[in-house]
Every structure is written in C-alpha cells, then in structure tokens.
Design a protein around this ligand. Structure first.
Ligand code: SAM
Length: 153
C-alpha cells in the first residue's frame, strides 16, 4: 500500500482563504520527510508548515487560534488533543477528529485487551466533545467515523 504522507494537509489547503496557513505535526521522521517532499512537489511549501516531533510536546507551545483543527494521530491521546484543540479555538472553529469509531469498536461492547486503551480514550473523546456546553458535536458514520465539533463561543 502506498502511503501519501501530508495528504490531509494537501487536501485542506484547497480550502484555505487568501494568506491562510496550515500547521501540521508528524512525529515519525521518515513520514515527515515524505510529507515535506509531497508538499514541495505540490508547490505548497509556503502554505503548509510541518513540525517534526510528538504533538503531545509540541501542541502546548502553540499559541495561535485556528479556524479548523484536524485530529488524526495516536488514538490514546485523543482526549488530550481535544483539550488542546479547545484551547486553540475561537468562536466557530471546527474541530474534526478522524477514526473516532475505530472499526466499530467504540460503539460496541468491545473490551479486549489489545485495543482497550485506544477504545477507552476514543469513548472519552466522544463523551467530552458531546457534553461540553461550548461545543456542538456530530458523529458521522463515514469510513472509520468522523467527529465534527463546532465551537460555540
Ligand atoms: C493516520 S496517519 C495520519 C496521516 C495524515 N492525516 C496525512 O494525511 O498524512 C497518523 C499519523 O500520526 C502520526 N502520529 C501518531 N501519534 C502522533 C503524535 N503523538 N504526534 C505526532 N504525530 C503522531 C503517525 O506517525 C502517523 O503518521
């Protein structure tokens, strides 16, 4: 299977407003290098910045507010990513999380040891995103599940 690293950022870049920018984080150096190469080939290097490292360490250093925040990384860290996303949001920011239903495990009674932590954290993400009064959240059963939260204030 061919992996197109940077694919999401490249797709999102089509919808950037004039002078809009994308920041993306990748902790795997090889994938980050490949993403940089793909971004360069698409002539998007001035629009997409790739930060190499663990998002758990890098995100707390970000102090910008974003219009759209896309979460598509370690599932065990989704509740942390949600809190960071809320911190970097403003009214009408969209927080999008991919793989939120994780092969159907999240909405089933799945409790096997193997993916238990990921499933527990994805369930926690859904609970927090659904119950936070600052967010309006919808879960879509598309692909592996997508959650979209609109920040209300
Ligand atoms: C499903 S892929 C995402 C692909 C990405 N949306 C794209 O289009 O290139 C998940 C990626 O998240 C990265 N990742 C997982 N946990 C991470 C973390 N804590 N910090 C930074 N990157 C992480 C993995 O190395 C992997 O490349």
């Amino acid at each position: 299977m061919e992996l197109l690293c940077g694919y999401s950022s490249i797709c999102f870049s089509k919808y950037l407003k004039e002078n809009g920018k994308i920041d993306t984080i990748e902790r795997d150096e090889e994938r980050a290098k490949e993403a940089l190469e793909n971004i360069k080939q698409m002539e998007l290097s001035d629009k997409i910045e790739v930060f190499i490292g663990d998002a758990v360490e890098i995100l707390p250093k970000f102090n910008k507010k974003y219009d759209v925040i896309f979460i598509d990384a370690a599932k065990g860290k989704y509740p942390f990513f949600l809190q960071e996303a809320i911190r970097m949001s403003k009214k009408d920011t969209l927080i999008v999380a991919d793989n939120i239903l994780y092969k159907g495990y999240v909405m089933s009674d799945y409790n096997k040891h193997k993916q238990r932590t990921a499933v527990r954290n994805l369930r926690e993400y859904i609970k927090e995103a659904s119950e936070d009064p600052k967010l309006e959240t919808e879960i879509f059963e598309i692909g592996d599940g997508i959650s979209i939260s609109k920040v209300l204030s």
